[in-house]
Design a protein around this ligand. Sequence first.
Ligand code: F6R
Length: 620
Amino acid sequence: MCGIVGYVGHRPALDVVLGGLRRMEYRGYDSAGVAVLDGAGALTVERKAGRLANLEARLDEVGRGHFGGTAGMGHTRWATHGAPVDRNSHPHRDASQRVAVVHNGIIENFAALRAELEADGVEMASDTDTETAAHLVARAYTEGDTKGDLTASVAAVCRRLEGAFTLVVTHADHPDTIVAARRSSPLVVGVGEGEHFVASDVAAFIEHTREAVELGQDQLVVITREGYEVLDFHGDAAQAKPFTVDWDLSAAEKGGHEYFMLKEIEEQPEALANTLRGHFESGRIILDEQRISDQDLRDVDKVFVVACGSAYHSGLVAKYAIEHWTRLPVEVELASEFRYRDPVLDRDTLVVAVSQSGETADTLEAVRHAREQKARVLAVCNTNGAQIPRESDAVLYTHAGPEIGVASTKAFLAQIAANYLVGLALAQARGTKYPDEVAREYAELEAMPAAVQKVLSTVEQVRDLGRRIADSKAILFLGRHVGFPVALEGALKLKELAYMHAEGFAAGELKHGPIALIEEGLPVVVVMPSPKGRAVLHSKLVSNISEIQARGARTIVIAEEGDETVRPFADELIEVPAVPTLLQPLVSTVPLQVLAAEIARARGYDVDKPRNLAKSVTVE
Ligand code: F6R
């Protein structure tokens, strides 16, 4: 969702800010804007609805020369309050046009604040919640105890705001200073030589520095050319956590690929290997920041996996493994539903919150709900120091590297691997698996990067198929056992990228309704289990394929290499390497990702930035 960048340094701020916004485009947005302080008391703002290219064209029109200065900020907005039009785009200014504010999140008490300002005679220029913050800062800066003190003014306003927010504030009187604050919404500081950055995401400044500082809850930072100072909302000095970003610029660039998503699909073997690395030492599974004791793990009597979208599908996959290895009941639930249905939780419940971004509002709220009910929460997350891991009792990081394409690919595979590590850690603590069995399962996981690499070397056939079926009206996906969540994930990828109607079904459910959808020529993708692993499942699925083939479906079958029994039923056969049943999703998902991307390309869509979607969904 919204992307924020602020800069004070020695380079032209407009270039730095636009560069940062470009790197955060992947978060999803519908308008963009910049503000630059020229050092001589001028604060120049430009905003434009639509893509960043529209803003750049506007800057060319007015002349970029008007935006001289080495301090500034920028914003990409994903509309919440007010339509995505120019006047609702950020930055927003106060009436004197001396204060500019950009904001991510939702100010929940904005209606009351707006009414108060309007009663004071302030005229609003937009429909946003953000604009109230600009007027409030301006008012705090001109009156009372905070008069003339920008930092104290911002802190005073933050104390009044309810909801989640990252705010970045500039004032024309302070051309060498930017003040930023956060509550339940991301904000990191980039520490350079004679320059400092604030951003919602390290991608915004990774090309300038990898040294970063993660701000805590209800903290505020003042950046200047020379340094940064962290305070709480009462103006007292506060501690924030420095860290070094463990990936570099090349990870945030396309590296010769047409789309980030295509690059990220290819990075999956590495993402898996990096996620597994270091988690099996001296014969034991080790998690990362483990603030749940072994005794607590032994006491767990129920597991919930809560997540959204693809992350939820990774939980559905993991349920099979965790229940099998630990004999604990596992419920997998959409985070947006979880907290509204009063789930039964207590201190012996382990809630695994899976989130690539670590910012997803639905998942964050589920984490909070679980902790209020005294459950232990373990986050599986791809983003260092994000809000979900911060609010959890333990975290296991997926080291997939930055995922920039909006559709999750490498993070999804890494989430499955990480969820499996959680399952093995539980089995180890509870003694439901002997150490040598845990070691064997881990070794099988370790063999997966090579298996995924093998799939990648054969996907040209899938691309060709994608082009041939790109004008289909709809595509159905079927699977059983771990193949069922793979079918759901394949359908989700197709919906979001190709804007095509797609549904995933448990193959056994076909005859209870969905078979009515089958018509002549309808492509149906079937995810086959191994004929060796679960022979009974395999033969049931063969029957399902023949049922749909008999009704005219065009069957696209993903099956294990050498599975000859299925060949007669497959109009198109896509072979994947033989791997243990529980690990099959790691290989069978890959062709479905490629298929969705290729169909979307053939239909002329931007694979990295599907319409209406945001990478980090920071509102419920
Ligand atoms: C689908 C996709 C989304 C995310 C979901 C959760 O391709 O990317 O469904 O998986 O929005 O996001 P995170 O994992 O960041 O919580």
